[in-house]
Design a binder for this molecule. Structure first.
Ligand code: UDX
Length: 462
């Protein structure tokens, strides 16, 4: 029998890795825990807290130092320097914070740490608290890293070891592996970061993964035999999944761009159902000038309406001259979009994306088929799953110069927006949408998993 949750439940402190793609799902997870009776405080870095508008009606915020309070990651000499300082300054800051909370009326019972910050588990355990790891990326990607971490993958992967066979996954060619493996040795600091997610993970009391069970059944079952995983996704406000709970609509931690989303939605509302291609590449990807140009002409040639997030003036400078003005009416270029509202809008027929995990699970959960143009990290593997496992999209082909040409872009958009193949992808996307909603609805796999965690934590901390 489930334990009754205390009215003033246990207090969790959630430490996110300082980037948009990690903060968004952690915030949503915190919101869900609060809705189940816990208190939650989301920890972000001092720099991020000054460059964004951290607001939530239900989750508290607090800050730690990553050692670069004035400029964050951009201030560091390189990735390795940043990660080392994040660990040293972050550990000290976290330890002081736990102490501060201990003396306050709201001590921390559990630290949920982003698996990109495994050092937080040491601090948590030294303080005698419950520790939970949070994996932002899909189970399939985590499993590939797990394999590599335990030396089960021969690195570097060469033509002799292809395709790579990992239980529960389709056979993987080089381009399907996460890019840190695919371009082995090119990003040593990031490669270490993704493998170190498993550092002492067996000491964690809970291991959460931002996916839902029916999306990755085989993967979750296979990996759970090795480490006990708990699926808690999709971390999307329930309003977008069922249109019912108006109170659970808030989602934006818009890190760098503040402002109203209304003009975008107003524009979408003038467009016919399924007529708009939404183009966005998350918060980090930088396309080359050639690629931006090919994309621009490919969109134009497809003749569909499009909404394109071009993040800043540096990116905008890569566009063909006066492109935005020339396309006025047909195409809207913005520096930031309210992505969940956009994906939920009937006018959107297809999402042209980098297959970042949040964008992917958001599109799947909102029933939007995709064209995927992965750039790096987990995106390459996500793209494989989108096309060949979930069958909700198509992956672009890169030419011999490393660019995706305008004809290919136009072709892929047409494949998804029209014809039988496109219809199948839309039907599949709608199936995943239903299953995502089922997972988080009362009694669904995610909902039960979260209930069990809340119940256990509330019992152990009472
Ligand atoms: C990064 C990695 O690149 C990604 O591959 C990994 O899985 C998570 O961390 P990012 O590149 O920012 O994330 O992409 P993504 O995972 O898609 O996350 C972006 C988030 O910002 C999404 O939640 C998306 O809804 C939101 N967003 C992005 C907006 O709300 N508006 C925008 O205009 C762009």
């Amino acid at each position: 029998m489930e334990m009754e949750v205390k009215r003033y439940g246990a207090h969790v402190l959630a430490l996110s890795y300082p980037s948009q793609g990690h903060i968004n799902p952690m915030l949503q997870f915190c919101k869900r825990l609060v809705s189940k009776g816990l208190k939650a405080t989301l920890l972000i870095t001092n720099f991020i807290s000054t460059s964004m508008n951290p607001k939530s009606t239900s989750v508290r915020f607090d800050t730690i130092s990553d050692g670069y309070d004035e400029g964050g990651f951009m201030q560091a000499a390189n990735v390795q320097a940043y990660l080392e300082t994040l660990q040293s300054a972050g550990s000290k800051s976290l330890s002081e914070l736990l102490d501060k909370y201990k003396k306050s009326g709201i001590p921390i019972d559990c630290v949920i740490y982003d698996a990109f910050c495994p050092w937080a588990l040491d601090v948590t355990k030294e303080a005698g608290l419950v520790g939970a790891a949070f994996f932002t990326q899909p189970c399939a990607v985590n499993y590939i890293y797990y394999y590599a971490y335990h030396g089960l993958l021969t690195l570097p992967v060469d033509s002799g070891s292809l395709p790579v066979s990992i239980p529960g996954l389709p056979l993987l060619e080089l381009q399907d592996l996460p890019s840190f493996i695919y371009v082995h040795g090119s990003y040593p600091a990031y490669f270490k970061l993704v493998l170190n997610q498993f550092l002492k993970v067996e000491k964690a009391d809970y291991i959460f993964v931002n996916t839902f069970y029916k999306l990755e059944v085989e993967m979750v079952d296979t990996m759970s035999k090795l480490i006990p995983l708990i699926t808690i996704g999709p971390t999307i406000p329930s309003f977008f999944l069922d249109n019912e709970d108006e109170n659970d609509k808030e989602y934006g931690l818009n890190l760098f761009h503040l402002g109203s989303s209304n003009p975008i939605i107003t524009w979408l509302n003038t467009k016919p159902k399924g007529s708009v291609v939404y183009v966005g590449f998350g918060s980090m990807a930088n396309l080359s000038e050639d690629q931006m140009e090919e994309l621009a002409w490919g969109l134009k040639e497809s003749n569909y309406n499009f909404l394109w997030v071009v993040r800043d003036s540096e990116e905008a400078a890569k566009l063909p001259k006066n492109f935005a003005q020339k396309m006025a009416g047909k195409g809207l270029l913005v520096t930031w979009s309210p992505q969940l509202e956009v994906l939920s809008n009937e006018a959107v027929g297809c999402f042209f994306s980098h297959s970042g995990w949040n964008s992917t699970i958001e599109a799947l959960s909102l029933g939007v088929p995709m064209v995927v143009m992965p750039q790096w990290t987990d995106q390459t593997t996500n793209a494989k799953l989108v096309q060949d496992v979930w069958k909700v999209g198509i992956r672009v082909r890169v030419d011999e110069k490393g660019v995706v040409g305008r004809e290919e872009i136009e072709y892929c958009i047409r494949e998804v927006m029209e014809g039988n193949r496109g219809k199948e992808m839309k039907d599949n996307a709608m199936k995943w949408k239903g299953l995502a909603k089922e997972a988080v609805s009362e009694g669904g796999t995610t909902d039960k998993n979260i209930d069990q965690f809340v119940s256990k934590l509330s019992t152990s901390s009472s």
